[in-house]
Design a protein around this ligand. Sequence first.
Ligand SMILES: C[S@@+](CC[C@H](N)C(=O)[O-])C[C@H]1O[C@@H](n2cnc3c(N)ncnc32)[C@H](O)[C@@H]1O
Length: 439
Amino acid sequence: MARRGPREVTFEVTDLGDDGLGVGAVDGREVRARNALPGESVSARVLKRRRGVWFGAADTPEAASSARVAAPCPNFPRCGGCALQHLDYGRQLEHKQATLADLLGAEGVAPGRWRAPVSGPRFHYRYKARLGVRVVGGEPLVGFREGFSNRVARMTDCLTLARPFAAMLPELGATIAALREPDRVPQVEVAGGDRDFVIILRHLGELDEADLRALSGFEGRTGVRVFLQSGGYDTVQPLAADAPSSLTYAVPEFGLCLSFLPTDFTQVNPAMNRRLVQRTLLALAPSPGEHVVDLFCGIGNFTLAVARLGATVSGFESAAGAVARAGINARRNGLAGRAEFAVADLYDARCPTLPDADCLLLDPPRSGAGPNLERWADSSRLSRIAYVSCNPRTFAADAARLATLGFSLQEVGIFDMFPHTAHVETLGLFVRGGVAARG
Ligand SMILES: C[S@@+](CC[C@H](N)C(=O)[O-])C[C@H]1O[C@@H](n2cnc3c(N)ncnc32)[C@H](O)[C@@H]1O
């Protein structure tokens, strides 16, 4: 098949996209490349074409931007796990805040106040991840996918994975290579708690006795526990039948210890999660006697902190297992009297009416608050909304919806939950009335 364009292009980078790619144009066509910064002239191999845009990977230019640093990780830029390793860390924060500001501006939302970006550990912060597995020429690769491809990056270490996971990569590759059918292991997920580190090994074929012994040896050598997954998430179970299946993390600022299963949603970066919970509760400031509704509550990460401050709180979440764990966490932390949980599909327009509340806490998936936001905000009792977002686009769009409902964005700021990636985590506080937010 004839190629529909050149293998390599040279272009001036005019912008840094919200995906961390350097943006420019060649003959009027948009080009986006990894490892390219505004102000640089770069040569990039074209790796993908989609909807008229060419995507590629740039060679580091001789005349580099003053914002460029030597990427600390040797896997950059091939590994798709990080997009901004070549950008000075302070500039990474500026870029993320500017991305959010541009999106809010495009929606006509003017925040009352910008909070300074909050950051934490820059390396080895990642306690949750999905890694690809691929056997190439007999050699097993375990790692993040490469950019613009389904290939698994060749990596023997990782600067973002929590240390026990980064350190286990060679051992895990060797263990998978020794299995009877190594090419029937397509992925591994990792989940870490304060003390325990777990991998979930997805396997498409049967594992025999020798395989189970090999995996048990891996546990012994690395201290990382193995869970097996033969089908959907309901098939996940520990390799050692008598091993505990849950992990825990503490939020000491609120005297909380939460337990979770490796398949539950938990925030990727525990140190930043603690800051996020603290700042969210500081912004929302629920007082005893008030009622809070926590939507997309997971295992009770924010819910129980609200209850600890003396307010009553109702948490809603679609994952029944997480709701069960949230209830257990409430009891174990002595908060069952103030926190209750229910399963609900919050994206379903038929979702039942929520209890009346003084404050809402929203922490939705990337797709944002969903179709019921207007219904939730339509209560004269509701005075403030804390919105934690993992997608600045849907956050900005929802901020505009809230503005039309009379809620202004009183303050907003980014949390650097995923340093060196393009991911932007946001906390916004909306209050009824206040500054005019719609332009
Ligand atoms: C970003 S996580 C936040 C979880 C929790 N607030 C925390 O900090 O750990 C989003 C949560 O939304 C839940 N979720 C996804 N789709 C949902 C839906 N349609 N209805 C209710 N919850 C949903 C997920 O299971 C997940 O727990």
